[in-house]
Design a protein around this ligand. Sequence first.
Ligand SMILES: Cc1cc2nc3c(=O)[nH]c(=O)nc-3n(C[C@H](O)[C@H](O)[C@H](O)COP(=O)(O)OP(=O)(O)OC[C@H]3O[C@@H](n4cnc5c(N)ncnc54)[C@H](O)[C@@H]3O)c2cc1C
Length: 190
Amino acid sequence: MQGKQVWLQSSTGSIALDHVEVTDDAIVGELNEGFKVMVTTLNGGRLFIAALALSSLAFALDRCRLYAQERIQFDEQPIGRFQRVQDVILDMDITLEQGLTWLFHLVRHYNAGTLSRESAAKVKIECTRRASELYNVATEMCGGIASMDEFGLIRHAHDLFVCRVGEGSNFALKTLAVKPLMPSIAHLLQ
Ligand SMILES: Cc1cc2nc3c(=O)[nH]c(=O)nc-3n(C[C@H](O)[C@H](O)[C@H](O)COP(=O)(O)OP(=O)(O)OC[C@H]3O[C@@H](n4cnc5c(N)ncnc54)[C@H](O)[C@@H]3O)c2cc1C
């Protein structure tokens, strides 16, 4: 894939396999049920994407709290003394703690084989959405330096886009997650 501006550390492309023959012991799942196997991997994949978003958020929290203590403006005082700046840092910390608690709970379900697809969808939607929202304010809080690659925030902000659209886009996953809340019209939702 040429011109990709996200996930720069990974090469992305499509793979086509045609008339490939494998031995019986190399078949994953049942014969001709490959789609089912692929779909069942998505629940775990969504936990993975939620974890990616939270790790980006953890990076932003560390960046911002250091910057807030080190950056001196005009009057020899660090910008972290402003309540608005404190607000950004605390929101990141609270969201990270909430997200990790939720995610660990679902990982235990995953390991026990009891993870529902709605739960996996919801944690992926919320962790990627909140991390993305907080990146908007985190970059703003750090000012112009945040536009520099070496500062790190801008790369994570771009990568969070993949977390929102990949492994089932958040738009599409919302329909899946809302169905149990409106069971009598679930068949109409799209
Ligand atoms: C950098 C990168 C890496 C990737 N890596 C992988 C990978 O490793 N493995 C893999 O399998 N895929 C991978 N993908 C593909 C990724 O999963 C898809 O891009 C994603 O599922 C969205 O599909 P699409 O791009 O075809 O968008 P489209 O299907 O064209 O959708 C566009 C938008 O339409 C909306 N939409 C679509 N369908 C619905 C719906 N049912 N309900 C509501 N809204 C809807 C959503 O907003 C969606 O984002 C990668 C993509 C990128 C950009």
